[in-house]
Design a protein around this ligand. Structure first.
Ligand SMILES: Cc1ncc(COP(=O)(O)O)c(C=O)c1O
Length: 390
């Protein structure tokens, strides 16, 4: 009865089952996979969401790409990063996931291909499959820093490739795309009519000073049709408010054609609620206080992780330039899954194994940098003690 867009196998994996049992038994747990900022002990002002009650939202006056007021507020966010984008080139969405779906509908027919980074965000499997497009991986390589395997991108391009997807900074590697990499990607994509989709949801969070300012940004490009994605979910830690956006750039004619077609797609769904559009400017201004707390937390947790791991020679923290995650390389004494299970059962710490993010080999553990600092330090100490005598 059901389509193949949804995987046939829905049973939780071994780690998820063990976690369920652990929680059902009421056992304590340090969750180093926590990626929901609203559960990480930040001080959200209690009146932060009052702009959502703005009476202007009592009137329903839909516009396919969102209200000009809200799009102007988003354009001002780009100004903060020194990028000038006309509000007319911004399209509002209900989330970044919603933005992906809109863009896959815009660019791809069933069976067309999208190049996706590996390792990266596991949701791409579902996002592509639900829109009947085929994800083709290209590698990010680590050699003291992460770089894109550009020769691999070139090899992966086929006549069915419709877009190359970048995540900058990437989840979980923390790597920003460099201006030189972006130039090379644009040179590969533009002549083949392949677009670039750059997920920049973590662009506000740098773990190395200057890394955000030094990154390549698609919004400045005029040579290749590009879409930058952002949203309140990460920029001010409000995933539940449901507001994302797409900023278009590229050759003027292509941008205009893409905007006309996005209008048709967005007009069909009109997914973005009026209250959040009326509130967008206010929320973005007030939310800066949350962003600053998150930025301070992830930076200090990342520093702590590096200094704690430095005392355990067999463990290495891979260099991460931005975002909310860090990657810890550990000895492959057992499979990643067995290790994650053992950490859960004996140390009462939850981490993600690297295979979850499609790391090409073992053993890597991915930790969220969001948890409160004391909890984070305790969790890291429990992981490291397993390897002290290795
Ligand atoms: C790379 C990346 N993009 C997008 C999202 C989700 O954003 P949204 O809540 O706007 O769909 C996440 C969430 O973790 C993410 O890691």
């Amino acid at each position: 009865m059901f389509s193949n867009r949804v995987p046939a196998q829905l049973a939780p994996n071994r780690l998820a089952q063990a976690l369920r049992a652990h929680r059902a038994a009421g056992r304590p747990l340090i969750d180093l996979t926590e990626s929901n900022p609203t559960r990480a002990g930040f001080d959200y002002p209690s009146d932060l969401l009052t702009p959502l009650a703005d009476p202007r939202a009592l009137r329903y006056d839909p516009h396919p790409s969102g209200s000009l007021h809200a799009r102007t507020a988003v354009a001002a966010e780009y100004e903060r990063h020194g990028l000038s984008i006309a509000p007319g080139r911004i399209v509002l969405t209900a989330s970044t996931s919603d933005a992906y779906s809109m863009l896959f509908k815009l660019l791809a027919d069933a069976g067309d291909e999208i190049l996706v980074p590996r390792p990266s965000y596991p949701l791409f499997d579902h996002l592509t499959r639900l829109d009947l497009v085929v994800p083709r991986p290209y590698d990010l390589d680590y050699h003291g820093a992460w770089t894109i395997d550009l020769a691999g991108v070139e090899r992966a391009l086929t006549p069915r490739t419709r877009a190359v997807l970048l995540v900058s900074p990437n989840n979980p590697t923390g790597s920003f795309v460099s201006p030189a990499e972006l130039d090379r990607l644009a040179a590969l994509c533009a002549p083949r009519d392949v677009a670039i989709i750059a997920d920049e949801v973590f662009a506000d969070y740098e773990l190395e000073e200057g890394s955000a300012a030094d990154a390549g940004r698609v919004s400045a490009r005029r040579d290749v049709l590009s879409f930058a994605l952002g949203g309140l979910s990460k920029s001010i830690g409000l995933p539940q408010v449901k507001l994302g956006w797409i900023a278009l750039a590229g050759p003027d004619g292509l941008v205009e054609s893409a905007l006309e077609r996005l209008d048709v797609i967005c007009d069909t769904y009109l997914a973005v609620a009026t209250p959040v559009q009326a509130a967008a400017a206010d929320l973005l201004a007030r939310g800066a206080a949350v962003r600053h707390q998150i930025a301070a937390r992830v930076t200090s947790n990342y520093r702590h992780l590096r200094s704690a791991a430095a005392s355990v020679p067999v463990c290495t923290v891979l260099r991460s330039a931005g975002g909310w995650y860090a990657v810890l390389q550990v000895p492959s004494l057992e499979s990643e899954e067995d290790l994650a299970m053992a950490l859960l059962e004996t140390e009462r710490v939850l981490v993600h194994p690297g295979y979850f993010f499609d790391f090409p080999r073992e053993s890597f553990l991915i930790v969220s940098l969001l948890p409160a600092s004391g909890l984070f330090a305790d969790g890291i100490a429990r992981i490291l003690r397993r390897f002290r005598s290795a």
